[in-house]
Design a protein around this ligand. Structure first.
Ligand SMILES: NC(=O)c1ccc[n+]([C@@H]2O[C@H](COP(=O)([O-])OP(=O)(O)OC[C@H]3O[C@@H](n4cnc5c(N)ncnc54)[C@H](O)[C@@H]3O)[C@@H](O)[C@H]2O)c1
Length: 255
């Protein structure tokens, strides 16, 4: 990838769920644009591997984080601010799902889906916002999903959480605008990662149908998402807040 600009030079970013998949690609892109990136993940070893890969070309540190625990989010932000510098960019990316018909799903699964996909975003915002307000500077980008905009069969509670992330972000965007904190949302369409592979295991026909329904006739790659996040994290988006951008090869075009 040839980059025209290093828009994030000197900025400190924390990306949740950055050990693999879309989070890793986002972290790689932010580092390529000059940010020092905290690879925050529940999988400590994978986070350390990813941080060391990114460190070959940029600056990255691994941070243990379980987004389902507010105390863990507070500890991760404190660690990054102590060891790396004031947090300028928070990317809420960690996610989890179990695809099944709603009628067959159980409360234990709902609790985990809500804890990771919705409460996790609340926790990380709660941990990051006080410092950003003090400094009157911050960019928060949350990774929702097209499921949260248009629904998705087999993902009822997950889609509900992703819609909640959009409403939370729009509200925070309103509340924090005068603190110079921008809050925006990126919604990937189906993207080739472990999450999608596990969800679609044994359903190759469905994957094929999905591919055919995408105007660009291909699934997303993790690298497709990083550019949109880097844009929202940069000063190019200083006058943009509370917005939702679908990165899905044209799959959804709802107004
Ligand atoms: N892959 C897709 O098709 C797709 C589509 C739309 C939206 N998304 C969203 O993109 C984001 C990334 O998804 P992905 O496909 O890269 O998934 P993935 O499963 O490949 O990666 C998720 C990462 O989150 C981490 N994680 C899980 N629970 C965590 C926790 N409690 N605390 C901290 N980290 C945790 C995992 O260890 C992993 O590194 C998610 O929010 C997902 O909902 C994905």
């Amino acid at each position: 990838m040839t980059l025209q600009a290093r828009r994030l030079e000197g900025k400190v970013a924390l990306v949740t769920g950055a050990a693999q998949g879309i989070g890793r690609a986002i972290a790689t892109r932010l580092a390529a644009e000059g940010a020092s990136v905290a690879i925050a993940d529940i999988d400590r070893e994978a986070a350390a591997r990813t941080a060391s890969e990114i460190s070959r070309a940029g600056t990255a540190v691994a941070v243990a984080l379980d987004v389902t625990q507010l105390s863990s989010a507070v500890d991760a932000v404190s660690y990054v601010e102590r060891e790396v510098g004031p947090l300028a960019i928070l990317v809420n990316n960690a996610g989890w799902d179990k695809v099944q018909p709603f009628a067959e799903s159980d409360p234990e699964t709902w609790d985990k889906v809500i804890a990771v996909n919705y409460r996790g975003v609340i926790h990380c915002c709660k941990a990051a916002v006080p410092g950003m307000r003090q400094r009157a500077a911050g960019k928060i980008v949350s990774i929702s999903s097209d499921a949260g905009r248009v629904g998705s069969s087999g993902e009822a509670v997950y889609a509900g959480c992703k819609a909640a992330v959009i409403a939370l972000s729009k509200t925070l965007a309103r509340e924090l605008a005068r603190d110079n904190i921008n809050v925006n949302v990126v919604c990937p369409g189906p993207t080739e990662t472990a999450l999608l592979r596990n969800a679609m295991a044994g359903r190759e026909k469905l994957v094929d149908a999905m591919r055919r329904s995408i105007p660009m006739r291909r699934l997303g790659q993790p690298e497709d998402i990083g550019g949109a996040v880097a844009f929202f994290a940069s000063s190019d988006a200083d006058y943009i807040t509370g917005q939702v951008l679908s990165v899905s090869g044209g799959l959804t075009m709802v107004g």
